[in-house]
Design a binder for this molecule. Sequence first.
Ligand code: FEO
Length: 171
Amino acid sequence: MDQKVAELLKDQVNKEFFSAYLYLAYSNYYYEKTLDGFGHWFDVQAREELDHALKFLKYLQDNSEPVTLGAIEAPDANFSNIREPLVAALKHEKYVTGLIHHLYGAAKDASDYRCCQFLEWFVAEQGEEEKNASDLVAKYDLFGGDPKGLYLLNAELKGRPEATTGQTATE
Ligand code: FEO
């Protein structure tokens, strides 16, 4: 495998674990505020990120690339209001989209079409993740300012289904 592509894939393992850790911190923040629906929503998101990390790890293993797991950075979860994590999550997803696109570009430049195909799932997934995060900010802005609206939104978020294993990325 092209070494630049391999290094970017290895970095991405760490970044996906960081995303899981970040969303666990957000989930924890909301549980502490007794907003269990928001907490659950980010809990599910954290598990999706863990799944992403494992997909990158498995891809490297399947392609005989040795991986050394590094330290995961501590997430920042100091917020002054309950809207901030939602905006931070959207910003984070846009950042991750940039990483995936950069990785895709590097794989393409290296003519690593197998890696491009592997990454296509992530390109689509990032579109969904940005939309989910953006919808959440929009819903909060529409309903979250009013206690009853916030109560109902929290109840709705409690219904977010658990993440699937997303086997399609490695099949
Ligand atoms: Fe793994 Fe939210 O991107």
